[in-house]
Design a binder for this molecule. Structure first.
Ligand code: PEP
Length: 252
């Protein structure tokens, strides 16, 4: 059955490698008791806390996801977590290709695409991150970089491409306090939307999230842009009051 609220903007928290059982209890309780939100919301917790997150958010309006998944189905891949394992207990989203993984774990465009494909094959929606570094932006390469990153995923997913979500996260804006202006973000989102249009007839309804130092005071102006359908929120997702304020800035 299709989700009757799928047209709403989506705000996803990326907790990164933060939290503890006790800290998560308080955060999840605050999110769960927040009351109705004007958007769809989700949190992506570290693997060891996914069960806690699933349990605490059961029967709430907030969904949950993982921050990565393996490109492999199963086997001798010590330390990896497969999409089948995530799906086994109801995981809805998996972030793939976050810039921290691309940079710190040398994840290639093709590996990211393979992870997205592995997630989709198990019914887990991949949130595919793309974004340029500051050096690439300064060199005028932003468009070429994000197009290259997205193209690998579109090519690999083929007719399923419309089932992913895309997060534009300029690397220079992640965790730095620097945010793309709404106009800068919209320009890249429009470019990504056009690229998706060329690949699928469902591009207009696909979710394109913006991430990079989104805070309560800049969320509304970003979310007001026509091709920004929500946000991927790092640091500000660790404080319930900030994450909820960002959710309440959703525009549609
Ligand atoms: C992120 O890690 O995806 C992110 C956008 O982080 P921050 O909001 O802290 O910039």
């Amino acid at each position: 059955m299709s989700d009757p609220q799928s047209h709403r903007q989506l705000v996803v928290g990326n907790w990164k490698m933060h939290g503890s059982h006790a800290v998560n209890e308080a955060l999840l309780e605050a999110l769960k008791s927040a009351g109705p939100l004007p958007c769809n919301a989700a949190v992506c917790a570290p693997f060891p806390y996914l069960a806690q997150t699933a349990e605490r958010l059961a029967r709430s309006a907030i969904s949950w996801g993982a921050q990565d998944c393996s490109a492999h189905e199963q086997g001798a891949y010590t330390g990896e977590v497969s999409a089948a394992m995530l799906a086994d207990f109801g995981c809805r989203y998996a972030i793939v290709g976050h810039s921290e993984r691309r940079a710190l774990h040398a994840e290639s465009d093709q590996l990211v695409a393979d992870k997205a494909q592995a997630a989709l094959a198990r019914g887990v929606t991949p949130i595919v991150c793309v974004g340029e570094t500051l050096a690439e932006r300064d060199a005028g390469q932003t468009d070429a970089v994000v197009k290259r990153q997205l193209s690998a995923v579109i090519h690999t997913l083929a007719h399923c491409a419309s089932e992913m979500m895309v997060a534009y996260e300029p690397v220079w804006a992640i965790g730095t306090g620097l945010t793309a202006t709404p106009e800068q973000a919209q320009a890249v989102h429009a470019l990504l939307r056009a690229q998706l249009h060329a690949a699928t007839e469902h591009a207009a309804s696909m979710k394109l999230l913006y991430g990079g130092s989104v805070k309560p005071d800049n969320a509304a102006s970003l979310f007001a842009q026509p091709d920004i359908d929500g946000g991927l929120i790092g640091g500000a997702s660790l404080k319930a009051i900030d994450f909820l304020a960002i959710c309440r800035a959703a525009q549609r």
